[in-house]
Unconditional design. Structure first.
Length: 262
C-alpha cells in the first residue's frame, strides 16, 4: 500500500496527516539508507496513531522501538532500526538535562515549558519534564541539548542552573494513583468510566456523547464501546484511569474489575 493510501486509510488530515507522513519517511529512510532514523517526541495520542500506521504498513515490530528516556515516559519518539542493529545496541537520541532552582521559586511544569517555548524550542523537541521541589529533569532531543545547556538560564524570574544528567540517574517523581475495585454489568465504556470516576452512569454517558472522553488517547463518543484490560480512559476535568485488571464474573453476573485512577 502506497503512502497516500495508508494515510487515507488512517483517516488522517491536516497536522496529523503531515506528522504521519513524516513517520513513514523516517521508516523509509532507515530501510533505504540502512541507518537508524527517528521521529520527534510524540504525544500518547500521536504514538497510538503511529503504532496503528506502522501495523497497517506491515512494518515488523522488530523494526522500531519507542523511547522516552525512561520506563513509563509519556512522550516518546519512534526509533527505526536497520536490519543490522538491535534495539538494545542503538544509540538513544535523547539527552537528559537537570535544571536546578531555589525551592522557594516553586517552578511548575507550565513555567518550565513556557520558558522553553519562549526560547523558540519546538514542543516536539522536548519530552517529559519531571519536576521536583528544587530541580526538574528535562528530556530533550540531542539536537537541542547543547543549545539549552549554553542558553537556558531562567524560567520567569527564577534562575536556573543547567547540567547534563545521565538517563540512568533521572529523578522520576512517584506517580500517584488510587486503586479502585468494583464490579460492572459489562465492560462498556460508560459502565467502566462511571465506576472509575465514581459518578452516575448517566453522567458518564453525557461526558462520552459530548466528546469529553478519550480511550487510548482517541476521542470516543460511543458509550457502548467494549473495553479491554490495559485500556486507558481519560475524561476532561476528571483525570485518567486504566482498566488494570478484568476478573471473573460474580454469581450475579457482574464482572469484577480493578481500576487505577490517576
Amino acid at each position: 500500500m502506497d503512502k497516500g493510501a495508508l494515510l487515507d486509510r488512517m483517516g488522517a488530515s491536516g497536522e496529523e496527516r503531515m506528522l504521519l507522513a513524516r513517520v513513514l519517511d523516517r521508516a523509509a529512510q532507515a530501510r533505504s539508507r540502512n541507518v537508524p532514523a527517528h521521529t520527534d517526541f510524540l504525544t500518547p495520542q500521536e504514538r497510538w496513531s503511529t503504532e496503528e500506521l506502522l501495523r497497517l504498513s506491515g512494518t515488523p515490530e522488530t523494526g522500531y522501538v519507542f523511547l522516552g528516556g525512561y520506563d513509563g515516559a509519556e512522550r516518546t519518539l519512534a526509533l527505526f532500526l536497520p536490519d543490522w542493529l538491535e534495539a538494545e545496541d542503538a544509540e538513544v537520541p535523547i539527552r537528559g538535562l537537570r535544571a536546578a532552582f531555589r525551592k522557594e521559586d516553586g517552578l511548575t511544569h507550565r513555567d518550565l515549558l513556557g520558558s522553553l517555548m519562549a526560547m523558540g524550542v519546538a514542543r516536539e523537541k522536548v519530552g517529559d519534564i519531571l519536576v521536583g521541589e528544587d530541580s526538574a529533569d528535562v528530556l530533550v532531543l540531542d539536537t537541542v541539548a547543547d543549545f539549552l545547556l549554553q542558553s537556558w538560564e531562567s524560567a520567569g524570574r527564577a534562575r536556573l542552573r543547567l547540567s547534563p544528567v545521565d538517563l540512568a540517574h533521572l529523578h522520576i517523581p512517584e506517580v500517584k494513583c488510587r486503586e479502585v475495585r468494583d464490579t460492572v454489568s459489562s465492560l462498556r465504556l460508560d459502565a467502566v468510566a462511571a465506576a472509575g470516576f465514581q459518578m452516575a452512569r448517566g453522567k458518564a454517558a453525557e461526558l462520552i456523547s459530548a466528546g469529553r472522553v478519550q480511550v487510548n488517547w482517541q476521542t470516543c463518543t460511543k458509550g457502548d464501546k467494549i473495553l479491554s484490560q490495559g485500556d486507558t480512559v481519560s475524561a476532561r476535568g476528571f483525570g485518567k484511569l486504566e482498566l488494570a485488571e478484568v476478573g471473573g464474573v460474580t454469581r450475579k453476573g457482574r464482572t469484577s474489575i480493578t481500576i487505577k485512577r490517576y
